[in-house]
Design a protein. Structure first.
Length: 75
């Protein structure tokens, strides 16, 4: 039961990180990790956000190569 809860929280954290990466890519606004004074926590935040970037890149590459997605002509 505890392992399932940990996995659930980990997946939620990755989803939040991926949404933040998508916001950065679409709007140009990014989380300013330089405001975190503790170097260990800053490093953790940078790695956390890096995971979201990786997942976002993988999702983008998958959608580009998929027949289920097409380029939106309205943009």
């Amino acid at each position: 039961m505890a392992l399932g809860r940990i996995v659930h929280y980990a997946v939620d954290a990755v989803l939040v990180s991926t949404v933040v990466a998508g916001i950065r890519r679409s709007s140009g606004f990014a989380v300013d990790t330089t405001l975190i004074s503790d170097p260990t926590m800053r490093s953790f935040a940078d790695r956390f956000l890096g995971v979201g970037e990786t997942i976002f890149d993988m999702a983008t590459a998958t959608s580009v190569n998929s027949d289920y997605f097409r380029k939106d002509s309205r943009r």
